[in-house]
Design a protein around this ligand. Sequence first.
Ligand SMILES: [Zn+2]
Length: 442
Amino acid sequence: MALWFQQALLPEGWRPDVRVILKGRSIDRIVHGIPPEPDDERHGPAFAGLPNLHSHAFQRAMSGLTEIAGQGSDSFWTWREAMYRFLDRLNPESLHAIAALAYAEMLESGFTSVGEFHYLHHDPAGAPYANPAAMAEAIAEAAKDTGIALTLLPVFYAHSDFGGAPPTPGQRRFLHTPDSFVHLLEALKPLDATLGIAPHSLRAVTPDELAAITALAPKGPIHIHIAEQQAEVEACLAWSGQRPVEWLLDHVPVDQRWCLIHATHITDSERRAIANSRATVGLCPITEANLGDGLFPASAFLAEGGRIGIGSDSNVEIDAAAELRLLEYGQRLTHQGRNLLTSPNQSTGASLYHHARNAAPALGHPPAALAPGARADIVTLRRDQPATAARSGDALLDSWVFARAQIDSVWCAGVRRVTAGHHHARPAIEARYAQHLKALLD
Ligand SMILES: [Zn+2]
């Protein structure tokens, strides 16, 4: 089948009148500068979909439920206690229902792949399910329902703090030993997902466990939460005399397979060392703002050749363009300047888009592209909206990122999943979500 776009972002740049011929999951051929043929579907401006590097799908169900001040001062840590109480009731069926809504919303916002940082492994009492992959299968089913490309990052979690501190009762559903983790990885192999691995954080693994776990994944991506909170930096200093990123880069061969999630609290030398390691930093600006984490020094990091991508993390709001916008605005507010995450005379929206798109290898696949042979992950903007009127080229990406230009259609692996801004399965997914949420919150 063939799609015709008013204009499209190809590897060589924006081109008008673009005809894309699909074959199965991929793009077969592209011709530009030609009118549509009678049977072609006709669409507005098109660009390739973005990878969402970091998601905890189940947290979508907590969105809007933790915005009430407590008695003392609220922080990441009080939010985490609320999250632990919430997940006491989740089972594979409710996780499936919640993840499906999160993934449908990701597709509607222009994400066509997701890295699920999956740590909710066991039953509410903390006992392994008869099938150790029961919760992961629920996630894979949600990805299948919605059509998003899944990279599953099973999390190894064993301790509550640095130095191998025993886990807390709230962490009982996450816990593995290196041996039980081997069984989990075996059980995940049949799933329709790219597999990576995720030591949760330096708090949750000892150095020996970190070495054992990373050795289990000789090829796939490796993701870790790091330096998200100042208290974590202080605890790491007390334990080792080093800061978290400093410790990691000193003790582990971090390379382009690694994705450091957040890396918020870093020194100038840690920032340069991450850039030199070729690791990707997975930034989650909306969640980092919601949790009061702090700001990553993105403009200095990009100037040093660092690699960044974006993630929706807690899924409090799922919106690829809003993540990019807040990433730039955080820098503007800090540095009291404008257009900071781009180069001279270049569009900021386009620069942010390309950085996010190029981070796809952190999910174990090449960046999506409108190019022959690439997986057909395509996003279009509505033609009939003020935000795109009389605009072309990179100004369309600026309008998407900064001026709320609306998405029209989204294809993932050659299948159209979103039309007029709505996922095709949204009514059924919403109904199932509402039913499960009522049971969870009663
Ligand atoms: Zn996270």
